[in-house]
Design a protein around this ligand. Structure first.
Ligand SMILES: C[S@@+](CC[C@H](N)C(=O)[O-])C[C@H]1O[C@@H](n2cnc3c(N)ncnc32)[C@H](O)[C@@H]1O
Length: 262
């Protein structure tokens, strides 16, 4: 767990690049499919820099309560700074999902957007989320359901030019994608699954070099040098040729959306 510590610069990069590219669109797609009950008490687990929390805050009607919780204080600090002043207010707390600083049964709804795959103890995490939900409360959880063609191409190019550690890093967000395994995990943690849907985003790459260098593997590429970096970018472009639209690439990225009740 201590491996997943992010610097302020990494949090900022995440919010400036990954949120507009993926996590903001995913948050909007999730909430379009699952409208919020007015006045709900809501926790966004592994909220990161608040991509989903902000969307919840802009949509929630009535006097609800919104909390964003994330392991990394650097993420919750930035989330609090960037929380829009014209939306419902939210509180951000730095907390491991296994030790949420709340009484039992205080939330009507919990969201967890692209967090589960990073939790080292997934069953313990779900049990803790269940504890803070009211009886009959709901968990809405998303996890990527397939390795995106972009990350697959990047991972292969990194394997060819940089090494296996960098290659594995590029695929890490897709490491827990089997819907049947996620179902079993939820049911094993005493959730009743009410719905399982699919969300498909279209991720646009206008500048592959810049977008690759905004990812955590930037460090590996910078260490490998300019020649290797250019070779990786060129390989990724050629592997994505079928997704080319003019000068850009438009690549699908698919997620599971689970809705489960306590
Ligand atoms: C891919 S990000 C998703 C963030 C956010 N939900 C979003 O959609 O932008 C994964 C998040 O999980 C958080 N995380 C990883 N392990 C965690 C844990 N044990 N407890 C709480 N949060 C954790 C990380 O700090 C990171 O912010």
């Amino acid at each position: 767990m201590d491996k997943f510590r992010l610097t302020h610069a990494a949090a900022q990069k995440y919010d400036d690049h990954s949120v507009p590219a993926m996590f903001g669109p995913l948050a909007r797609a999730t909430l379009d499919k699952t409208p919020l009950p007015a006045g709900a008490h809501i926790i966004d687990i592994a909220c990161g820099t608040g991509a989903l929390t902000r969307e919840i805050a802009s949509r929630l009607k009535g006097n609800g309560r919104i909390v964003g919780a994330d392991l990394n204080e650097t993420m919750t600090e930035l989330a609090a700074q960037r929380h829009p002043s014209d939306a419902h207010e939210a509180t951000y707390v730095a907390s491991d999902v296994r030790e949420l600083p709340f009484e039992d049964a205080v939330f009507d709804l919990a969201f967890c957007q692209q967090g589960l795959q990073f939790f080292p103890e997934k069953a313990a995490a779900l049990t803790e989320i269940r504890r803070v939900l009211k009886q009959g409360g709901e968990l809405k959880l998303t996890c990527w359901s397939a390795i995106s063609p972009f990350n697959g191409a990047l991972s292969e190019a990194l394997s060819d030019h940089v090494g296996e550690a960098a290659s594995t890093k590029a695929k890490a967000p897709f490491s827990f994608r089997d819907g049947n395994v996620i179902r079993a995990l939820l049911e094993g943690s005493s959730f009743t699954i009410e719905a399982q849907q699919s969300i498909v985003l279209e991720r646009r790459f206008d500048n592959l070099f810049e977008q690759i260098m905004a990812l955590p593997i930037e460090k590996d590429l910078s260490e490998a040098g300019e020649v290797v970096t250019n070779a990786v970018v060129k390989d990724v472009a050629s592997k994505l040729e079928k997704y080319r639209v003019g000068e850009a690439f438009v690549v699908p990225q698919e997620a599971h959306l689970f809705e489960a009740r306590t």
